[in-house]
Every structure is written in structure tokens, then in C-alpha cells.
Design a protein around this ligand. Sequence first.
Ligand SMILES: [Zn+2]
Length: 133
Amino acid sequence: MKKMREWMYRFMYGRYGSDQLNMTLIFSALIMNFAAILLRSFWLSVLCDVLFLCAVYRMFSRNIVKRSLENRKFMDRTAGIRRRWKAFNLTRKDRANRYSVCPKCSQIVRYPRHRGNIEVICPKCGTTFVRRS
Ligand SMILES: [Zn+2]
């Protein structure tokens, strides 16, 4: 077991490993694989194989700079979605308040629940927007 671990360390030395883009690729490939099984679609299963192979290629790649730039681009493009997801989860956990993303500066703003339609003022940029609380 120890030899296997050492072999793995040596094999992965200088290789990129995993990141958020890789995890997204693998997760999407899994979901698409289930969809392909349910729909009995050959081309969908080919597409999920391609996604999985891309993830494996990125994981074992030695071009760390290029892989990091790809991940950075992915993280920049999905920043809005991730912020909305974070606000959604904060709202789900907090029984007294709701959370929303400011449309101008993307700051997460908290406001009380059960007050009807209220005008929310962003503390960072001062933009006002109406949300149902
Ligand atoms: Zn704002």
C-alpha cells in the first residue's frame, strides 16, 4: 500500500491535478451519462465520454500555467452563478432574513423576511432595487 502511494506521488509530481473546472466536467459527465442511459442516446453518451476524457487530460497535464488560465477563465465566467447560489443557500439557512445579489455591483445584500415588496439599498454602491421579502 505504501509503495502504491509513493508511486502515485511520483506519477503526479509536476502534473496539474484537479480543480473546479475538472470537478464540473466530471459532475456534468455523470449527469449526462444518466440522461444518456434514460434516453438511450448514443451521441449523448459519446459527449459525456468526451467530457470525462477532457477532465482526465487536464488532470494529468504537465502544462500547469495553461490549465490554471483555463480554470481562471471558467471561474470568472461562472462568478455570477456562484454568487446567486451562495445567496440562495444563505436564504435557505437563515429563517429571519433573505439574501439577494445587487444587480450593479454583485454584492450579497441581506434584508428581513415577511415584509412584502421592499426597496433594498445596497450598502456597497447605494443602488436601490425592489425585492419580495
Ligand atoms: Zn451594489
